[in-house]
Design a protein around this ligand. Structure first.
Ligand SMILES: Nc1nc2c(c(=O)[nH]1)N[C@H]1C(S)=C(S)[C@@H](COP(=O)(O)OP(=O)(O)OC[C@H]3O[C@@H](n4cnc5c(=O)[nH]c(N)nc54)[C@H](O)[C@@H]3O)O[C@H]1N2
Ligand SMILES: Nc1nc2c(c(=O)[nH]1)N[C@H]1C(S)=C(S)[C@@H](COP(=O)(O)OP(=O)(O)OC[C@H]3O[C@@H](n4cnc5c(=O)[nH]c(N)nc54)[C@H](O)[C@@H]3O)O[C@H]1N2
Ligand SMILES: [Mo]
Length: 782
């Protein structure tokens, strides 16, 4: 971490030797060169642990070790030798810790002891687990209503832990389950469930071997799902079209050198990834996809007139869908002018994309956060699914919808019932299996939880992992909300900002990570996870725990449940955690899809959950897949801000750098975008920088223009010239979260609009406040 700032173009491929070098450096920095290699080799192996990085599936989960730079960083971060011990907390008060950067906090290493904030000294002091559970239980039992307590989940939590957690919280009496999904792929489920009857992707890895075209919307696999590049590379090599829609030039979507491929590595070769790259405007995807659909329908009309073969799959549409006529009429009525203006792509570019779609037998559409974090994200996903339906591209080999999930078990957590709006049938099953009456009223999602803590309806905030204070929008409001709580509790592996922005009382409960041996009464335990393609498999740690004091997440839930519910609960909590196979038997009793769970998951690679839409069974209201029409929006917050403001208004999107995992900052480099030694950068088009009367390298402040009239600022960012459309800007998350108003979220899904923030750019006010925490060079601290 020299802190040396350099901005230079990166012309190498993604992956390659740079990836190996970078991974080695990160292992080395965590003091784990030798054992780290063994740890790495166990990632995604049948008898090893599931990589705590992303949710991209592994080939059969039985393949030889698949190298992944960012997987290596995630593993290195967890198996670090550093420890955040009670001595650290004795040395620094919370006020002092708060002045350090997120990277510094993370870099203190693994938490080792349960800690309790002491108001008199403003320090976290160690306490026993029994005292910790008694404290939480006393608070929970002292609330007038269980709905005053909020239970957050991040997406690393295993199926077993998540299942026990939702069971405990529902026995306690609330559905207040905000989770990271609310900020992530919530719109995907919200859009797809009524439209095709499932809220998950319909494809498997096998489909990637068969697809003729893969469309990628708003996703940066080179950084966030590096193993996906392996699949894309193979697809590219066999001639499949790969079509990217992204405002930014992302190196990983252009070229990739597979560290797995000896020849490619030794020859210095690389493979082209995208055959076509469309740099649309931020938020322009709905317009772009509608433009493609319009071309497809016009081509079909032409074919019908000339008696040629239909361009759409009329048989599929007739047999399997409803709503086509109204949809087609709506598309016909949308003007090309609007489509071009809002997408930023020309009619010719969209014709090109439509021709690729029409030429392909099987098409997969992938999408990520570039689609889900907008006001109109649900509508955009409807349109992507509409596009697939036009030619029957769902429910047959080589085709389908592929929302690419983030956290390694975020999909599994939802499957296990971490959801603020549980289905009545699921609650009935819980009631029958566990003999209690679950609460029926819907709970708070992430935005709702912040609102509730702000206005006093939320009093206790409990987090199973994650970094709520930093990951959420409207940083100032979120911090006020957390500080307004009577008690905040964080189950965590590493120190983070959320532990420092605490309630009147506060606890940190340290837990085991995936990579560690989870020893319970009957012996070492494995947990299960579900990847982005609905494969469920086992994960067993191999390292000794970071501290003898650590408890597993299931054990923390079980002991907290006992302390809180006492004899009110009929659930045999201790018995369940003595052998996680018993938890899995209960999961099998509640969910039909998990029948014979223990036996089926024991097979290397595990099993795939059923996917009705993938079988062309449509569990929708109409019993068929549904075409859903949406007008291209022209009255979004950005449009309104442009109409009202006197200075130029830009659309800012917030993205991940190559050296971070969400709020965990591994380092200051973003290799593929050519940024080294700095995270406070603002990517902009050269002409926009000039139009502002500024130069690349200048420092600026960013002010967002929310509909609520409030002025939100994030200060001190360096302008970086980048290949991005005019009027569009990009900066890193979470430095820019302060700019997203709490009230700005996706229609229908309430996902904060972190990818389309109307902003103005001002010269940096030297004397103005800077919200950048003091950065302490790592070398000095150690
Ligand atoms: N190493 C690493 N891996 C990760 C994570 C991490 O932080 N680090 N995070 C994990 C999590 S939780 C998630 S959800 C995933 C996130 O993975 P991604 O979905 O790839 O996440 P982002 O980095 O937010 O960026 C998405 C991409 O969308 C583009 N984009 C921005 N706005 C728009 C738009 O309006 N339209 C279009 N078409 N594109 C747009 C950006 O340029 C960027 O390339 O990754 C997971 N994996
Ligand atoms: N502006 C903006 N905001 C965003 C996004 C964006 O693109 N732009 N993306 C959103 C998305 S997609 C997501 S998913 C959220 C992420 O939000 P979160 O999931 O809340 O955040 P993370 O940074 O992934 O959480 C990291 C913390 O988890 C803890 N941790 C790590 N491993 C474990 C474990 O095994 N067990 C436990 N108990 N704790 C563990 C560590 O203490 C670590 O500090 O952020 C969202 N916020
Ligand atoms: Mo995510």
């Amino acid at each position: 971490m020299s802190g040396k700032k350099t901005i230079r173009r990166y012309d190498g491929p993604a992956g390659g030797w740079d990836a190996l070098r970078s991974a080695t450096k990160h292992l080395f920095e965590q003091d784990i060169p030798v054992r780290g290699a063994r740890t790495l080799l166990s990632a995604n192996q049948p008898d090893g642990f599931d990589c705590p990085g992303c949710a991209w599936p592994d080939r059969d989960h039985t393949s030889t070790f698949e190298f992944c730079e960012n997987g290596a960083k995630a593993v290195a971060a967890e198996s670090t030798k550093r420890r955040a011990t009670p001595e650290l907390f004795a040395k620094y008060s919370v006020a002092e810790l708060s002045r350090y950067s997120d990277h510094w906090l993370e870099d203190q290493g693994r938490l080792t002891h349960p800690m309790c904030w002491d108001a008199a000294s403003d320090r976290y002091l160690p306490l026993s687990w029994d005292e910790a559970f008694a404290t939480v239980a006393a608070h929970l039992n002292g609330l007038g209503s269980p709905d005053r307590a909020i239970f957050y989940t991040s997406g690393r939590t295993s199926n077993e832990a998540a299942f026990l957690y939702q069971l405990f919280v529902r026995e306690y009496g609330t559905n207040n389950f905000p989770d990271c999904s609310n900020m992530c792929h919530e719109p995907s489920g919200t859009a797809m469930t009524p439209q095709i009857g499932v809220g998950k992707g319909t494809v498997s890895l096998h489909d990637f071997e068969l697809a003729d075209a893969i469309f990628i919307f708003g996703q940066n696999p080179g950084t966030n799902h590096p193993r996906m590049l392996g699949e894309l590379r193979k697809a590219s090599k066999r001639g499949a079209a790969i079509v990217s829609f992204n405002p930014l030039r992302e190196r990983g979507l252009e070229r990739f050198a597979d560290p797995q491929d000896k020849l490619e590595m030794l020859s210095g070769g690389s493979t082209r990834i995208s055959s076509d790259y469309f740099q649309l405007r931020i938020g322009g995807d709905l317009a772009a996809v509608k433009g493609i659909v319009k071309h497809v329908l016009e081509t079909d009309a032409q074919a019908q007139r000339s008696g040629a073969a239909r361009a759409i799959d009329a048989e599929f549409i007739a047999a399997h869908t409803v709503g086509f006529d109204g949809f087609a009429a709506d598309v016909a009525a949308e003007s090309w002018e609007t489509i071009e203006a809002e997408s930023g792509l020309s009619r010719g570019q969209l014709r090109r994309a439509a021709d690729i779609y029409l030429a392909a037998d099987g098409v997969i559409c992938c999408w990520g956060m570039g689609i889900t974090q907008h006001k109109h994200s649900v509508a955009t996903i409807h349109m992507i699914v509409d596009l697939l339906l036009l030619r029957g591209n769902i429910g047959r080999p080589g085709a389908g919808a592929c929302p690419v999930r983030g956290h390694s078990n975020v999909q599994g957590d939802r499957t296990m019932g971490i959801y603020e709006k549980p289905a009545p049938e699921f609650l009935d099953r819980l009631r029958d299996v566990f003999g209690f009456e679950p609460p029926r009223e819907h709970g708070f999602d992430t935005v709702g939880a912040i609102e509730a803590m702000l206005d006093g309806r939320g009093k206790v905030f409990f987090a199973m992992g994650g970094n709520f204070a930093t990951a959420t929008p409207d940083t100032a409001a979120t911090h006020r909300a957390l500080r307004n709580c009577d008690l905040t509790v964080h189950v965590a592996t590493k120190l983070n900002r959320s532990h420092l922005v605490h309630g009147r009382e506060a606890l940190i409960l340290p837990c085991l990570g995936r990579t560690e041996i989870d020893m319970q009464e009957t012996g070492p335990q494995a947990v299960t996870v579900e990847d982005s393609m609905s494969m469920v498999h086992l994960s067993a740690g191999i390292n000794a725990p970071a501290s003898t004091e650590l408890l597993s997440e299931p054990a923390i839930v079980a002991r907290l449940a006992e302390a809180t519910l006492g004899t009110r609960s009929k659930t045999p909590w201790r018995w369940l955690i003595a052998d996680y196979g018993r938890i899995r038997d209960k999961i099998a009793e509640v969910f039909d899809d998990f029948h014979d769970f223990n036996r089926r998951v024991a097979v290397p690679g595990g099993f795939r959950l059923s996917n009705a839409a993938g079988q062309r069974q449509w569990h929708t209201q109409a019993g068929k897949a549904m075409f859903v029409a949406h007008a291209v929006p022209t009255d979004l917050p950005v449009h309104r801000a442009r109409a009202a403001a006197s200075s130029p208004v830009f659309t800012l999107t917030t993205v991940r750098s190559h050296d971070q995992y969400n709020t965990t900052i591994y380092g200051w480099d973003d290799r593929y975008r050519g940024v080294f030694g700095e995270r406070r950068v603002l990517f902009a088009h050269a002409d926009d920088i000039a139009a502002l009367g500024m130069s690349a390298g200048d420092w600026v402040d960013i002010e967002s223009l929310g509909d609520d009239g409030a002025h939100r600022r994030a200060n001190r960012f360096m302008l970086v010239e980048y290949s991005i459309p005019r009027g569009c800007l990009a900066a890193y998350y979470p430095e820019t979260n302060a700019l997203v108003p709490l009230s700005s979220f996706a229609d229908g899904a309430r996902t904060p609009t972190s990818k389309s923030i109307p902003v103005i750019v001002l010269p940096h006010a030297q004397d103005g406040p800077t919200d950048a925490p003091r950065d302490i060079p790592v070398a000095v601290v150690r």
